[in-house]
Design a protein. Structure first.
Length: 183
């Protein structure tokens, strides 16, 4: 790990940030939002929201395959760009449009969330040498589990609404763009 912390610190920082964006966005939209006090469609929608989110993520994986084979940089950029746009739309429509439109947008957002996850997985394997790759991925996962748990421990202070997704996706978009510069 010492080699990674000193020799690959920029790559490590990029992957920690985009992993945090992906983990948090997926968790908020799929699992936490329907249970938040500010959720406009009611808690009874939670199972449907989770099912639609997981369907979007599952289908998204298959939609990404042709694009991922062409360019990891384009797929990473499109995943965060699409996630940001769909999250902004979620923020704009939350509570003002019918549930069906909200759930369709959740589905689309989860397609991009899965793209982000697949892009992240490709980056992890490409940016670190074989000898430190497993330890580095484990460290990134550990850090992000801590970030994710810490963030959601604050859910009583912050209302998990679509507005929160936009800020996290914007962070991921910026970092995703920077990661395109990493050799």
């Amino acid at each position: 790990m010492r080699e990674v912390l000193f020799k690959y610190r920029f790559r490590l920082a990029i992957l920690i940030i985009i992993t945090a964006a992906q983990y948090s966005t997926y968790g908020m939209i799929a699992y936490y939002t329907p249970y938040a006090s500010g959720f406009a469609y009611g808690i009874e929608v939670a199972p449907l929201n989770i099912a639609i989110a997981n369907a979007g993520a599952s289908i998204g994986a298959f939609l990404l395959i042709p694009l991922m084979d062409r360019s990891r940089k384009i797929s990473t950029l499109l995943s965060y760009l699409g996630g940001t746009v769909s999250a902004a739309f979620l923020a704009a429509i939350h509570g003002s449009l019918p549930l069906g439109v909200f759930l369709a947008t959740v589905f689309i957002n989860m397609v991009f969330s899965e793209w982000a996850w697949a892009s992240l997985s490709a980056l992890e394997s490409e940016l670190f040498p074989t000898g430190v790759r497993a330890s580095t991925i484990g460290f990134i996962t550990l850090v992000n589990q801590y970030i994710n748990n810490s963030y959601f421990d604050l859910r009583d202070i912050y209302i998990c609404t679509a507005i929160s997704f936009n800020s996290i996706n914007n962070m991921g978009l910026r970092v995703g763009s920077i990661s395109n510069m990493v050799p």
